[in-house]
Write a protein that binds this ligand. Sequence first.
Ligand code: SF4
Length: 258
Amino acid sequence: MALVAVDALAQKPFSDEILELIQRDELESWSAQKILTWAVGKFHPRLTLSSSFGAPEGMVLIDMLHAIDPATRIFVLDTGRLHAATYDLIDRVRDRYEKPIEVVFPDAGEVQAMVRAKGVNAFYESVENRKQCCQIRKVLPMRRYLADFDAYITGLRRDQNLNRAQTRKLAIDPGMGGIVKLAPLADWTHERVLDYVGEHKVPVNRLHREGYPSVGCEPCTRAIGPGDDPRAGRWWWESDAMKECGIHVQAEADGSGI
Ligand code: SF4
């Protein structure tokens, strides 16, 4: 059964139906397509899909959603430090699915103040600096953007890493204003994602072919070797910090089950 923090539920009014579905863990037995179809019917137009354009899971969801309702909105956080390959993919997706991708930027004043105070690449110097950079370039812009929505969809999977092992397909996200968070691929394996990509000829980030299982910001991601943990290429200079940018941490930490 999914656990939902009481203070999280206080942030947004939810229908009894949503709360009941969470408490019964109902969506755990639903397919990804069934969840997306239900979400479109329930939340559109206050529904959006979060994709980093740096992982195949987000691309699978874009492809599925396009078949269900091409009008569903898609956004990407442009931290200002993404790989050129990621920008290329954003435009390829825009062309293939003939729809705008909502590119969300950090607050220029916040970035400017941080860079002036600490330098351009201060994230290498301490975990605190790295988390501040992720907060300013990712977490806060996403929180501001999601203030206009009731629900968002992510490509999180439980076997991506230990931090994501408790991910539920339907949950409340207290870190994003208490809106609904959907993870339709939570029970998918990496192989199943790749099979879908191959079968449906889904465009993916070209850096996957060069040893990047997932592609984050350019200075904070590198290729990994055979047998390495898939997250080993992220913030590789950190050994003991929880390797998340902060977007997916809060709900997991308090047990609300994203
Ligand atoms: S991944 Fe690196 S560059 Fe990107 S926001 Fe986080 S610390 Fe900053």
